[in-house]
Design a protein around this ligand. Structure first.
Ligand code: ZN
Length: 274
């Protein structure tokens, strides 16, 4: 059974914990080139294909990197331009940010961008209007919903598997591809990416992927290039934020390799034949 691998292509400093985590005017050390090249090598080695949700800011700085990812057979999708939370934007500002980001990436790869993922899963009950904007901009799918509840994001009432969301009384053509969870004691429990992937032991992650597959669905794994980079510079964060951002970073690459060895992965475009 095929599973889905997704990478949010952003730098080590693109985080949304508080307003001044990073200053877009400042220059920071570039880590994304070496980290992404390492990911591409691993994906090649284990014959995995992925969807890369590219941040417009990164595409602007490193157009050749985006071309290299596309040339390796991976799907290029959009992660917006400036990594701002959707629910802190107006629909007009959001539309402008995403339309800019989409166009920039399409100009680089010379191909239509079909998918979008929000910074920090920020399609929540406060920003459900975003789906209609995405459909208007020509996206075929969105992968921004996490059907759990956290202090930063989550849409706990959302379906666990892909669906067509409703907006303004009609069902949209846009396909929503939510992040994977397993059901434990009537609750959706995340396991497949980011902090959860870094924090949970590999055998448990593998078990969760198998559980989702037994339900007849692909598991959707997500990671950031910074998560295989223990030597990245550290951001000034609170203890809680620091735990979320860095916990388990030393063992993450090895866990990814074990996952790639055991399971077959493709992109969202590949899986749904979009
Ligand atoms: Zn992101």
């Amino acid at each position: 059974m095929q599973n889905i691998l997704t990478i949010d292509l952003e730098e080590w400093f693109h985080a949304n914990y508080h307003d001044d985590v990073f200053d877009p005017q400042k220059t920071y050390e570039v880590r994304i080139l070496q980290n992404t090249e390492r990911l591409l090598t691993l994906f090649d080695e284990y014959k995995a294909k992925a969807t890369f949700f590219v941040l417009g800011h990164v595409a602007e700085q490193h157009p050749q990197l985006i071309r290299d990812i596309a040339a390796s057979g991976h799907e290029i999708a959009s992660h917006g331009y400036a990594h701002q939370l959707i629910y802190q934007q107006t629909p007009a500002v959001f539309k402008e940010d995403v339309s800019q980001a989409k166009k920039r990436v399409e100009d680089i790869i010379g191909k239509q961008v079909k998918g979008y993922r929000a910074p920090s899963w920020s399609i929540t009950s406060k920003s459900l209007w975003a789906w209609e904007v995405l459909q208007d901009l020509g996206f075929l799918y969105d992968a921004s919903v996490f059907p759990i509840e956290t202090y930063l994001y989550g849409l706990p009432s959302a379906p666990r598997f892909s669906y067509h969301p409703e907006s303004g009384g009609r069902t949209l053509d846009l396909l929503e591809v939510p992040s994977s969870t397993v059901r434990v004691l009537n609750k959706n429990i995340p396991f497949a990416g980011g902090f959860y992937f870094r924090a949970l032991p590999y055998p448990l992650i593998a078990q969760c992927i198998k559980t989702v597959n037994k339900e007849g669905h692909p598991a959707i794994v997500y990671l950031h290039p910074r998560e295989i980079d223990p030597r990245q510079p550290r951001l000034t964060l609170s203890m809680k934020e620091s735990l979320i951002h860095y916990y388990g970073i030393n063992g993450c690459e090895n866990k990814l390799i074990r996952t790639l060895k055991k399971f077959e992965f493709t992109s969202i475009e590949g899986y749904y034949r979009l």
